[in-house]
Design a protein around this ligand. Structure first.
Ligand SMILES: Nc1ncnc2c1ncn2[C@@H]1O[C@H](COP(=O)(O)OP(=O)(O)O)[C@@H](O)[C@H]1O
Ligand SMILES: [Mg+2]
Length: 307
C-alpha cells in the first residue's frame, strides 16, 4: 500500500519555452489537509489540473492511491471532488435545481446527496432563491457543494476562499476542516494567502515559479519559525563551552564561528552576556528573535513574500 493519496514524480508542464510547473514532487497524506501555497502565477492551478487529468503533463507522473493517473483515470477520477474554475451554474435555477442537474448528469445515486451537500456548506435545501440572486460567497459554497455531492474521498479545491468576505472565509474554513476531521476526507487546497494556509493546512507545500521550495507539516514549520536568542560573539566554540558548563544549557545551534542561536528563552540574556564577557569573549549582538511565518516564507521564496 502506498502511504500517499497523491504523489507526483517530477511533474512538469511546459507552455512554449516556459515551465509553469517544473519537476514537482508533492506528497498528500491520507486524512490530512495539504495546502499548496504560492503567489499568483506560481503554478497552483496548472498542478491541480494535471492531478485531475484536465491537462496532460509534459513529463513526470501523477500517482493517486498508488495507481498511475494516466492509465487509471476512469477508476480514480470519480473518487475525487474538485473545484478548479467556477462551474457553469444556470442563473435562472435555484441551488437545488442546479445540483439536481449535475447529479443526474453524473449519476449520483444517493437521493439525499443534494441535501447533505447543501447542509455541509450551510446553504438551504429547496430554497426559492435563484442562482443569479446569490452573493459571491453563496456561489462559492454552491460550487463546493457540487464538488462534494458525490461523496468523494479526495477533494482538490483551487483557491476556494477567493473573493469571500472575512465571515465567509471563516465559515468555509470551518466546514473544510470538518470535511477532513469528521468525514475523513483528504483535501488538497491552494491559496496565495499565507495566513489562510497556516490556519487550515496540516501539511504545506510552497510553490514558486513552478518549483516546490519546501514541503513540510505545519508543526515542523512552526518549530522552524520559533523564538530564539541570536548571539554574535568572537568565538562560538568558547561560547558553547560557557553555556554548557556555566549554565548547563544544551539547547543551542551554532551557525558558524561567530553566530549562534539559543532556543531556551528562560535564561536571562543579560546573565549570558555577562558570563561571555567575563570569560574574555566579545559580544557584538544579542537579541531575542521571532521569525514569523511571513519572515520564513520571505526567506524561502527569496523575495517579497507571499501574502
Ligand atoms: N494554457 C496556458 N498557456 C500558457 N501559459 C499558461 C497556461 N496556463 C497557465 N499558464 C502560465 O503558467 C503559469 C502558472 O499559472 P497558474 O498555474 O495558473 O498559476 P497559479 O494558479 O498559481 O496562479 C503562469 O505563468 C501562467 O501564465
Ligand atoms: Mg490559479
Amino acid at each position: 500500500m502506498n502511504k500517499y493519496v497523491i504523489e507526483t514524480k517530477n511533474l512538469t508542464k511546459q507552455y512554449g519555452t516556459q515551465k509553469s510547473v517544473a519537476d514537482l514532487n508533492i506528497h498528500v497524506r491520507q486524512g490530512r489537509i495539504y495546502g499548496l501555497l504560492g503567489r499568483n502565477g506560481a503554478g497552483k492551478t496548472t498542478t491541480m489540473k494535471m492531478l485531475l487529468g484536465l491537462t496532460q503533463p509534459t513529463s513526470g507522473e501523477v500517482t493517486i492511491w498508488g495507481k498511475p493517473l494516466r492509465t487509471n483515470e476512469k477508476k480514480l477520477l470519480p473518487r475525487i471532488g474538485s473545484l478548479i474554475e467556477s462551474p457553469g451554474f444556470y442563473p435562472n435555477l435555484t441551488a437545488t435545481e442546479n445540483l439536481r442537474i449535475f447529479a443526474t448528469l453524473r449519476g449520483v445515486p444517493n437521493r439525499n446527496a443534494i441535501k447533505n451537500a447543501l447542509d455541509l456548506v450551510g446553504l438551504p435545501y429547496k430554497d426559492k432563491k435563484l442562482f443569479s440572486q446569490y452573493s459571491l460567497g453563496m456561489k462559492q459554497r454552491l460550487a463546493i457543494a457540487l464538488a462534494i455531492m458525490h461523496d468523494p474521498e479526495l477533494l482538490i479545491l483551487d483557491e476556494p476562499i477567493n473573493g469571500l468576505d472575512p465571515i465567509g472565509i471563516a465559515e468555509v474554513r470551518s466546514f473544510i476542516r470538518d470535511l477532513c476531521t469528521e468525514k475523513g476526507k483528504t483535501i488538497l487546497i491552494s491559496s496565495h494567502i499565507l495566513s489562510e494556509i497556516a490556519l487550515l493546512a496540516d501539511d504545506i507545500g510552497i510553490i514558486d515559479h513552478g518549483v516546490l521550495l519546501e514541503e513540510e507539516s505545519l508543526a515542523e514549520l512552526e518549530a522552524k519559525s520559533s523564538r530564539h536568542i541570536r548571539f554574535t560573539v568572537s568565538s562560538t566554540t568558547q561560547a558553547a563551552r560557557i553555556l554548557e558548563q556555566g549554565f548547563h544549557e544544551m539547547q543551542f545551534t551554532i551557525q558558524d564561528d561567530y553566530k549562534m542561536r539559543l532556543h531556551n528563552l528562560d535564561i536571562s540574556v543579560g546573565e549570558i552576556v555577562t558570563a561571555f564577557v567575563e570569560n574574555g569573549l566579545t559580544v557584538s549582538e544579542a537579541y531575542v528573535c521571532e521569525e514569523s511565518l511571513e519572515d520564513y516564507f520571505k526567506r524561502v521564496t527569496g523575495g517579497e513574500g507571499i501574502a
